[in-house]
Write a protein that binds this ligand. Structure first.
Ligand SMILES: Nc1ncnc2c1ncn2[C@@H]1O[C@H](COP(=O)(O)OP(=O)(O)OP(=O)(O)O)[C@@H](O)[C@H]1O
Length: 121
């Protein structure tokens, strides 16, 4: 059987990734909230006419939070699949994964404060 072309494989992978992103948005409440916040912050960015550098930082902060939240969801699903029962080590893995989301979220909040506080006050 002939090997599929490199380009065809890449296009397929993008399709799978898009399906994953849509699944996340449709099924995960935390991702839904973050997407709503991302849309809100984009509107706020237009309202305050933030600079190109500020847009870059805001887009990076938002995509980092949503991306890490997606990875956290995947880790939680793996944990639930391999060990649905209570287990101390599974609890540790889930806590660490949630902690990673909290750390990038804190960073994103600080970026937001640095951008918008001087514009508000
Ligand atoms: N199988 C388990 N064994 C031990 N502790 C668990 C287990 N499942 C969950 N926990 C504990 O409960 C916490 C929440 O886990 P859960 O899977 O409900 O994540 P969540 O943050 O509520 O998920 P979501 O992102 O869907 O809101 C974990 O961080 C962990 O401390």
């Amino acid at each position: 059987m002939p090997k599929e072309s490199f380009l065809r494989n890449r296009i397929k992978s993008v399709g799978f990734a898009l399906r994953g992103a849509l699944l996340l948005i449709r099924t995960e409440p935390s991702i839904k909230i973050q997407v709503v916040l991302a849309i809100l912050m984009t509107a706020v960015g237009f309202y305050f006419e933030i600079s190109n550098t500020e847009w870059i930082l805001q887009v990076l902060a938002i995509s980092l939070v949503i991306g890490i939240e997606g990875a956290n969801t995947a880790i939680e699903k793996i944990c639930d699949f391999i060990h649905p029962e209570f287990n101390k080590r599974i609890g540790f893995i889930k806590d660490v994964s949630a902690g990673a989301v909290m750390l990038v979220s804190l960073g994103a909040i600080i970026v937001g404060l640095i951008i918008y506080l001087p514009k508000i006050f």
